[in-house]
Design a binder for this molecule. Structure first.
Ligand SMILES: [Zn+2]
Length: 430
């Protein structure tokens, strides 16, 4: 069954196959279109050439159209995860601690293909991948776009940029002569405005769609404190300037107040994690229109691994300290009116479970189910700059659809286990 389905993905997704433009009509029992509008009932969605061409309750279905009957289901836009790491080993899997010195680019790409498929089958038809080694994310994106492997649409950052010895420096604690004694912009390590500009250009040259930086310390790195600012104000401005000149947006990993404010003032598009937010930080994010990508699943995952003894030492201490702060800050951000885009940090937890983030947004953040759905559809699309392509069910958008049997507005956990996925007009789950 699965093999037949994947073959269909290959055939239909390949451009220039010479197949006639087939009209597809999807009958949706209930439609949540991702615009924030109230749900509509008994709607028809017409699709041609990967895109939605019409949506309405009284549309005539053209003769010869392929009809997909979801009249007993709730249909939503394909979900968007604005914070994934598809190409790495999953945290806690056997070998994760030595993966940096044991896994080649080929290993990363093959892992990525598996994780991309799991992500797509969970209803996530678009992801923003923020940090990968060896340009494996670029290769994965291109393979998916060419129809060679199934997966979500990807925006990729290539290497995340950070200071020597900081959160994004994966070589912390290893012998100094690893990588021939030189870890530089080729691995995302850049100190000072000039090196940072070069690092931005290097990532873009080899395929980055978006720039990811580590503005503060982190949980899973060794030797740094989780809250401290790691890029100076000058360095942050250099990132933004260089990124804007090549028309790229910037996502900033940031846990601590000071680094968050500095990153927001410098002009980053999103704060990832945002664990320690005070009133001023929230006010600044609203004023600058900066998105928060909360990654509540990551907090849950590292807390669990610490409790199980699978995360140890300073990593465990940092995880247990930061997770409750992240939840508190998220609630304050929601109340304060900060723009929220869904992001899980998948890779910290297994891929394909991404839909649980919707549940956590409602349970821990006080969001309504509709607010959570918008965070994982329209808002995330806006953050990516792809609002004209994905995130809503409207004419002109890609026909990326998800359907569930129940009503996610009554029970948000419906989105943890989707029953139907379509990407670009092609059904990708049986
Ligand atoms: Zn991350």
């Amino acid at each position: 069954m699965r093999r037949i389905m994947v073959a269909a993905v290959f055939l239909l997704a390949a451009p220039g196959t010479g197949l006639p433009a087939q009209t597809i009509a999807v009958r949706a029992g209930r439609l949540i279109d991702g615009t924030g509008a109230d749900p509509a009932t008994n709607v028809v969605i017409l699709i041609e050439n990967e895109r939605i061409v019409a949506v309405g309750a009284d549309l005539r279905i053209p003769r010869g159209a392929e009809v997909i009957d979801l009249s007993g289901m709730t249909v939503l836009p394909g979900f968007i995860d604005a914070h994934t790491h598809l190409t790495g080993i999953v945290l806690g899997e056997p070998g994760w601690q030595s993966a940096l010195v044991r896994e080649t680019a080929a290993d990363l790409a093959l892992r990525g293909a598996k994780h991309a498929r799991e992500t797509l089958f969970a209803g996530f038809t678009t992801v923003r991948n923020v940090g990968a080694r060896s340009f494996a994310d670029v290769a994965l994106r291109d393979a998916i776009n060419a129809g060679r492997v199934p997966g979500p649409r990807m925006q990729v950052s290539a290497h995340a940029l950070g200071i020597t010895g900081g959160h994004c420096d994966g070589t912390n604690g290893y012998v100094p002569d690893l990588f021939g004694g030189r870890v530089g912009i080729e691995q995302g390590i850049a100190d000072g405005p000039d090196a940072i500009r070069a690092a931005v250009r290097y990532q873009v040259k080899y395929g980055a769609d978006v720039i990811k930086i580590c503005a503060t310390g982190g949980v899973l790195s060794e030797g740094d404190s989780v809250g401290v600012q790691q890029y100076t104000d000058d360095e942050l401005r250099a990132v933004i300037e260089a990124a804007q000149m090549v028309e790229r947006r910037v996502a900033a990993h940031a846990h601590g107040n000071r680094g968050i404010k500095a990153a927001v003032r410098a002009g980053v598009n999103s704060i990832e994690h945002g664990s320690i937010l005070d009133e001023e930080a929230i006010r600044l994010m609203v004023e600058y229109g900066t998105f928060l990508v909360p990654t509540l699943m990551a907090a849950e995952a590292v807390e669990r691994l610490a409790h199980e003894g699978r995360l140890t030492g300073e990593r465990a201490d940092k995880a247990l300290a930061i997770a409750p702060m992240m939840r508190r800050s998220f609630r304050s951000a929601v109340r304060g009116g900060v723009k929220i885009a869904l992001g899980t940090d998948a890779g910290v937890m297994p891929h394909g479970a991404n839909g649980h983030e919707f549940t956590l947004m409602v349970r821990l953040g006080g969001m309504t189910p509709m607010q959570a759905i918008l965070a994982g559809t329209r808002n995330a699309a806006d953050l990516l700059g792809w609002g004209g392509h994905v995130g809503t069910i409207q004419p002109g958008r890609y026909a990326d659809l998800v359907a569930v049997d129940g009503d996610p507005l009554a029970d948000i956990t419906e989105l943890e286990d989707v029953d139907f996925v379509m990407k670009g007009g092609v059904v990708v789950t049986p």
